[in-house]
Write a protein that binds this ligand. Sequence first.
Ligand code: G3P
Ligand code: MG
Length: 246
Amino acid sequence: MLMSLVIAHRGAKGTAPENTLRAIQLAAEQGAQWVELDVMLTADQVPIIFHDPVLVLSAEVPLLVKDTPWKRMQNLQVAAPVGSKEASAPIATLEQAAKLIHQLGMGLNLEIKPAAKGLGELTLKRSLEVLEKSPALNLVISSFDFTALQAAKQLAPNIPRALLYETLTKHWRDEVRNYQVRSIHLADVASLNPTIIASIRELGLEVYVYTVNSVERAEELISWGVKGIFTDYPAKFTRLIATTSK
Ligand code: G3P
Ligand code: MG
């Protein structure tokens, strides 16, 4: 198995400010062994853990991450989800996140999420430079962006790669071959079914599904051959982890 059964999506995003050090810490406290984080580059090419290419600050004009230097962003806070008791938390760099994940003994699925079209390869390169200087981690690199996967294949062939899709494209088998991925990560859409999962597994690949917040749905997906799920609420899945690891 590449990753664990339960992967904390953007950290424990359901209860903590997403993609922050606090979200990683909380994911570990909630029993997750792996965390999924998004990485993109600031204007000065610092890899930061962030999901949206646009930073919306209250009472200010939105900033584009690709045009904003790290110095301008480092004191900005990510809000906790509505209803959470958690405080807001600062935006984290990949360097900070990698250090914490190592300390916590977790694995990292790093999703390369370019801040603008055309930045896939550069985002991958700068992320690898940070990871090479960081303590070694169990890593999987995933992306919707083919240029990022191509660069990962060339520059870090030994790190397992994953293709991300909402739903499989017409050419998914060619894409599997081109980027030599070990897993496919699919959205949990209504059209997902056991035949789709089986067709991927026939090629020897693992299937992971995002984002699953219901234990019943996770059990159904696992019965179809899905290896693991990304969830915003790792704590909900403690019983499932205990049952399946017996
Ligand atoms: O990597 C799985 C999932 O995170 C992909 O979608 O938009 O949440 O980054 P998104
Ligand atoms: Mg993601």
